[in-house]
Design a protein around this ligand. Structure first.
Ligand SMILES: Cc1ncc(COP(=O)(O)O)c(C=O)c1O
Length: 414
């Protein structure tokens, strides 16, 4: 079965294909200057040289100063004021903590509920733990919470955990509404399940209101729901964050926001305790970047401006070249991805992909984001495009190639 586990570096030397399947930043968006300055500092200044937590085993929950700085970052960027450093646990990124949480809180055969579609590599982690995966439908407001969900999922299937990508979802680009978040937290207390909120794209908000700017045209700007981190006191919510999309994935650093009890439990995990917390040296570098105070500015002025531009270019280009006659596409207001659905339900995006490769463009086909055959069949006419990986010119060219591939596909099959 193709589960989409391609060799990530396989096509590195292929510079002619426009690789819109990769969910990664391109090199021009990595803040080498910030990382280089912070690294130099901890290697050379007196405080850095004598800070044992950079060089030896760190506290189990992670570098204390970094945890304080993360609280400040969330206060400044996301208006969350209830968190303390005791609610923050440093991780080796979202992937690592997903695996740790499955080991700590679940057993083989336990039921986990995911969105349909969902982040494909999380599915692989859940499969590695032999979990019983079920999925439920989403709409523009995220996971649908209706009587069927309560009766058939919560009462009958009794999931121990619900995994969500609530904001600028990978792959479908929606953001879960505030009302649904509140409902789900209430239900988690009643039905005793954990909410794992994967907030990998939380900071990449291209249409957010700037509270300090009165000149902004308020009608166009959207007040996005707060991070699930703001529900830490419920005791049933674990919000997963990462530096992968705001600095670079190679740092392998992230953090969890959760109840203090969950933070302590995660620190007691054998792997973490034996290794002295997650990634102490890199934690030192990221701590210096946060202490310096320019990360928020980098996110707002570089990432959000450029990625926002790329998102609009690809969306407009897709709608211009294909049009509503052929596709529907949700216009996200953040994140990395556009989710395209062909109106003709017989379109098979796996077949389209093999033609698209000939034309020099790639995407991820919808089936990869579903866990079972029924869900795969529902997503067969969908595809995901990443607009973060190449510049606007390449996005326009990629879209033109996709249209050529679709024309050939139509001639052969439709
Ligand atoms: C929804 C989602 N979660 C997690 C990850 C991986 O995060 P990390 O690099 O922190 O392991 C990604 C990366 O693409 C993602 O899209």
């Amino acid at each position: 079965m193709d589960i989409g586990l391609e060799n990530r570096n396989e096509n590195q030397s292929d510079t002619t294909t426009i690789q819109l399947h990769r969910g990664e930043p391109d090199e021009t968006m990595i803040p080498f200057d910030l990382i280089s300055k912070a690294s130099q500092e901890i290697l050379t200044d007196e405080k850095g040289k004598h800070e044992r937590t950079y060089w030896a085993y760190a506290p189990d929950e992670g570098n204390m100063e970094l945890r304080h700085h993360i609280v400040n970052l969330l206060r400044q960027t996301s208006a969350i004021s209830t968190l303390s450093y005791e609610n923050i646990f440093i991780t080796n990124g979202i992937s690592a903590i997903l695996d740790q949480i499955c080991t700590m809180f679940l057993r083989a055969g336990d039921t986990i509920l995911v969105e349909c579609p969902t982040y494909l590599y999380a599915l692989q982690i859940f499969r590695d733990h032999h979990l019983h995966i079920i999925s439920y439908t989403v709409d523009d407001d995220g996971l649908i919470i209706d009587s069927k969900f309560i009766n058939e999922v919560l009462e009958r299937a009794k999931p121990k955990m619900i995994y969500l990508v609530p904001t600028f979802q990978n792959p479908a680009g929606f953001t879960m509404s505030h009302h649904r978040r509140e409902q789900l937290v209430q239900l988690s207390l009643k039905y005793h399940f954990l909410i794992l909120a994967d907030e990998a794209y939380h900071f990449l908000d291209y249409e957010k209101k700037d509270e300090n700017d009165n000149e902004q045209n308020d009608e166009k700007l959207i007040e996005h729901p707060k991070s699930f981190a703001s529900y830490h006191a419920a005791g049933t919510v674990i919000a997963l964050h990462s530096f992968s999309k705001i600095l670079t994935p190679a740092l392998r650093l992230g953090f969890v926001c959760a109840s203090h009890e969950h933070v302590i439990a995660m620190g007691h995990y054998g792997l973490i305790h034996s290794g002295g917390g997650a990634n102490p040296f890199i934690s030192g570098i990221v701590d210096r970047i946060l202490a310096e105070g320019s990360l928020k500015q980098f996110i707002d002025e570089k990432l959000c401006i450029e990625y926002g531009k790329r998102m609009r270019v690809l969306y407009n280009e897709l709608m211009r070249t294909f049009g509503e006659k052929y596709i529907s596409c949700r216009r996200p207001s953040g994140g990395y991805f556009l989710w395209v659905k062909f109106n003709d339900t017989t379109v098979d995006c796996d077949q389209l992909l093999s033609i698209a490769r000939k034309y020099g463009v790639t995407f991820k086909s919808g089936r990869l984001f579903a866990h079972d055959e029924e869900a795969k069949a529902q997503l067969a006419n969908c595809l995901r495009l990443c607009f973060a990986i190449v510049d606007c010119e390449q996005l326009r060219e990629g879209c033109a190639r996709l249209k050529q591939a679709f024309e050939e596909y139509k001639n052969i099959t439709l």
